[in-house]
Design a binder for this molecule. Sequence first.
Ligand SMILES: Cc1cc2nc3c(=O)[nH]c(=O)nc-3n(C[C@H](O)[C@H](O)[C@H](O)COP(=O)(O)OP(=O)(O)OC[C@H]3O[C@@H](n4cnc5c(N)ncnc54)[C@H](O)[C@@H]3O)c2cc1C
Length: 493
Amino acid sequence: MSFESHIRVECVRILGKEWVKDDPITLYTYRCDGLTLYTAPPMGVVFPGTVHELASIVKLLHQHKISFIARGAGTGLSGGAIPQDGSVIIEMARFKEVHEVDLINRTITVGPGVINLRITEHVHSEGYHYAPDPSSQKACSIGGNVAENSGGPHTLKYGVTVNHVLGVEMVLPDGELVTLGGKHLGMPGPDMLGLVTGSEGTFGIITKIICRLTPNPENAVTMLGIYNSVRDACESVSSIIRHGIIPAAMEMLDKITIYAVEKALKPGFPLDAEAVLIVELDGLADGLDAEAEVVEKLLKDSGATTVKRARDEVERAKIWRARKEAFGAIGQISPSYYVQDGVIPRSKLPEVLDEIAEIGKKYGLTVANVFHAGDGNLHPLILYDYENPQEIEKAHLIGEEILSSCIRHGGTLSGEHGIGLEKAEWMSELYSGSSLDNMQNVRAFFNPENLLNPGKIFPQPGRCAESKSGTPPKAGAVLDKSKLVAAKSGIAV
Ligand SMILES: Cc1cc2nc3c(=O)[nH]c(=O)nc-3n(C[C@H](O)[C@H](O)[C@H](O)COP(=O)(O)OP(=O)(O)OC[C@H]3O[C@@H](n4cnc5c(N)ncnc54)[C@H](O)[C@@H]3O)c2cc1C
């Protein structure tokens, strides 16, 4: 697949030759995002550098009824940036300008291509940071974060992306430029900004974001609880919350993950532990020690064999590096992995983790766990070999059984990675047909012809016939999985 020649000519006229690509290497590179279980090549990739160029490209594609997808850093884990029907990819990486830092209003205005961690680096010496900190923050873009409403370890206390975005500028799928929100608090009328945040790149292409800045805490205490059983670690999570303490973060790693991070990063986690729980408290220096003592006691009372405190910034950074790079560390013990992202009520953690272990055993694959324990947001990592088609199939089945388990225990499909392509067909397990229709009507308000990122979030027509209302979605693109190629089993570029 590549650009039709008249489209290529027009794209080159708008952007210049170097920013329009459809050579085999580019198409191969952009065939998937972080969800490598599915791949499909785009028609081509364009790299606009200004809002005017972006709007011109969008108008061109709209006029020719060619579908398109915005892409940030491609770290998404639900296939949101996979061009499953040969869409054109609009890469937003060149929008990396920091437009303004306004410390009086505690805001920073950035382009969507700015990498999450760069925002904090930009303002840290001024005493501020950008609070949502996905583990991928060294790589993912703020545009992708807004599209996915991303979370991270510290969103337990500080809230997810939607709580830290005050305004956006975006290009609608017909090329019109609109702004939503601003530096001021709230807007009268329905919360359109809230709707756009988390719309997974299906409402518009974001070109500018006003982010809220958070003052750096005066102090932080980071503790590591060590456990002989995952159940005890889960009990500690409940015990802390029940006690009315909201830590800045509460993250759990199981034995398999401990082994992988020790192999890759050597943070000094005990290899004989069944689980470790990272608990971080932050805030005013006064009183923090006393709170840490309470937490330490709660951890021990609920089964921690040892509780260690990071003695300085170096030890604290080591612990956090191990947590945030844990997915990558799994590469030390498995050729590939598939990350699930279910959410359950915190109280159900022990049962669901036991069930996940049983599901893994049933299919003969290892499932590691590293997750946002405080939020009940699980990230089972299903380890498989991408050269082995049977293992690929088993990884899919394990993922599905884990999702079923989460739903059965009163949870839901995604905590932060989004529905994307991966879980679109699961939406009818959660919502009635009329609810899905209503949601798609909202999408149709922004994206009436469904040219922007089709086939994402909602089930394909036909599947929806199973829905309670029996009404098929109004503007659904056909998700043709035959066009998707399981990773490594052949790439159709
Ligand atoms: C190792 C690893 C760890 C991770 N940890 C976390 C975590 O802790 N928390 C978490 O929430 N996620 C996590 N993720 C998932 C991922 O990093 C986030 O979803 C992130 O927000 C995606 O950003 P991106 O720039 O890579 O977006 P992409 O993958 O490029 O795109 C994601 C979606 O956003 C849309 N999009 C991108 N840019 C724009 C734009 N400018 N306008 C409109 N739509 C746009 C795309 O169309 C797509 O639908 C992790 C991923 C990896 C690989």
